[in-house]
Design a protein. Structure first.
Length: 447
């Protein structure tokens, strides 16, 4: 299918983060393409990058609720031109809400809802199916991994295990349960009743670098009970959880998804209802348990269920919408920008435009491991500095550090000018012996 660009640069100003509230980042919607509309109803997307290609999976059917639901998988080298790679179906089941993930053994895994629906627009208990592929084109026959009645909506992998949350989808037990599997097929209960206030449903799990697990949860309205989205947080072994209410602005936050981008920021996405149903992008402050709307994607009517991928300093967002008439699949490309602090009471460096933490540390990506000069001793360091030219890189093992006395020519400024990384110098008073243990000043440069 030939994609069509449906948004232009003139639209961008109304989608900056400043329109909707305070956050450390802003978003610029670069472009939105409609990438698929072949079925009568195309919906419920997910997006993944695997084996240097993009994959977008979603449901095709006669309508939003019908007996003929199948999962279409599209493939793209660059997120521009898309082709159909596969169509997954299971006789007797309406397959729904596709989710993609990479398994520890290098396969692409597809999971989704499986409902033994008898008639269109008729309710049915929903379970979960799974299918695996080695190339994105040939898939194993979808296999029921959670029986209808409990729907495990999404999974994320951590240290060789798949974690997912199931909710009542036909079963009259309105709580969510944390499940775990070592192969993505056979699941056991990890926390039987994870959360049960209101009517909790769809949950996406994500893991931080230190193993912290975050859960973004949708709740549906039931009587007078709250329906606001919730954020859950847990440390390994994921038995004890803390929950924060994200507020009534995010009632019924359908198709919740979120992603951690370089610099440690978390961006969320889902359906919101203010001024009509639409798919929105948000900033999630996981430390304080809050969420702020940043942008509204071109969308309306039957819409949401976004997939998120970060690639080449760009956020890619798949979603579905009926704002142009037919319910179709769209792909947005979004730039994320760090806000510049304009506060007379704030001092220090400006925000790093790369999104990486200034000076290195957790989340820093551009560590240089190779250089033009490799030094182990003070003599080698001085000789390298005398030869070094702008743009060259020097590298020295972090331990042991090279010790400089005050008689030694100041080196750290020259090191940074030459552009090295991971060099350490300890400056000692002239009278102090290198063998003493007086606390030293550590200086580190990163390119």
């Amino acid at each position: 299918m030939k994609t069509r660009e449906v948004i232009f640069v003139g639209f961008l100003a109304c989608c900056s983060g400043d329109v909707f509230g305070s956050s450390p980042i802003t978003l610029e919607i670069v472009a939105v393409n409609r990438i698929w509309d072949e079925a009568p109803h195309n919906a419920f997307t997910d997006l993944a990058q695997w084996n240097e290609k993009f994959y977008c999976a979603f449901r095709e059917g006669r309508g939003h609720v019908s007996t003929d639901g199948k999962i279409r998988v599209l493939e793209s080298k660059d997120g521009g031109a898309w082709e159909s790679a596969a169509l997954c179906e299971l006789e007797g089941y309406d397959l729904r809400d596709a989710h993609l993930s990479a398994t520890p053994d290098g396969k692409l895994m597809l999971i989704g809802g499986a409902a033994p629906r008898k008639k269109d627009n008729e309710g049915a208990p929903t379970g979960t199916f799974a299918s695996l592929s080695k190339d994105g084109k040939e898939w194993t026959v979808p296999q029921i991994v959670v029986e209808p009645g409990r729907w495990m909506w999404q999974v994320s992998w951590r240290e060789g295990k798949a974690y997912g949350v199931s909710y009542a989808a036909g079963e009259r037990m309105p709580y969510i349960e944390l499940l775990v599997s070592s192969d993505g097929i056979n699941y056991q209960s990890h926390v039987v009743e994870l959360f049960g206030e209101g009517y909790p449903t769809e949950v996406t799990l994500r893991f931080d670098e230190d193993g912290t697990c975050y859960a973004l949860m949708r709740r549906d309205g039931r009587g007078n009970e709250p329906s606001s989205a919730m954020l859950g947080v847990s440390k390994p072994d994921y038995k004890q959880w803390q929950w924060r209410d994200l507020g009534a602005e995010f009632n019924g936050f359908g198709g919740p998804n979120f992603i951690r981008i370089p610099g440690g920021h978390w961006i969320g996405a889902g359906r919101m209802y203010q001024d009509g149903a639409h798919t929105a992008l948000t900033y999630i402050d996981v430390a304080n348990g809050s969420m702020t709307k940043l942008a509204k994607l071109p969308s309306g009517g039957d819409t949401s269920y976004p997939g998120l991928v970060w690639h080449n300093d760009m956020l890619y967002v798949s979603y579905y919408s009926s704002h142009e008439g037919k319910t179709s699949i769209y792909l947005a490309r979004v730039k994320v920008k760090q806000k510049v602090i304009d506060d007379p009471n704030t001092f220090g460096a400006e925000p790093n435009p790369t999104g990486d933490p200034i000076g290195g540390g957790k989340g820093y990506r551009q560590v240089v491991a190779q250089g033009d000069y490799h030094v182990k001793t003070l003599g080698e360091l001085v000789a390298a500095l005398e030869k070094a030219k702008a743009g060259q890189v020097g590298a020295q093992a972090m331990r042991p550090a090279i010790i400089l006395s005050s008689k030694t020519p100041t080196a750290t400024a020259s090191i940074c000018t030459a552009g090295p990384t991971e060099m350490t110098a300890r400056t000692l008073p002239e009278t102090q012996s290198p063998s003493t243990t007086t606390p030293s000043v550590q200086r580190r440069c990163r390119r």
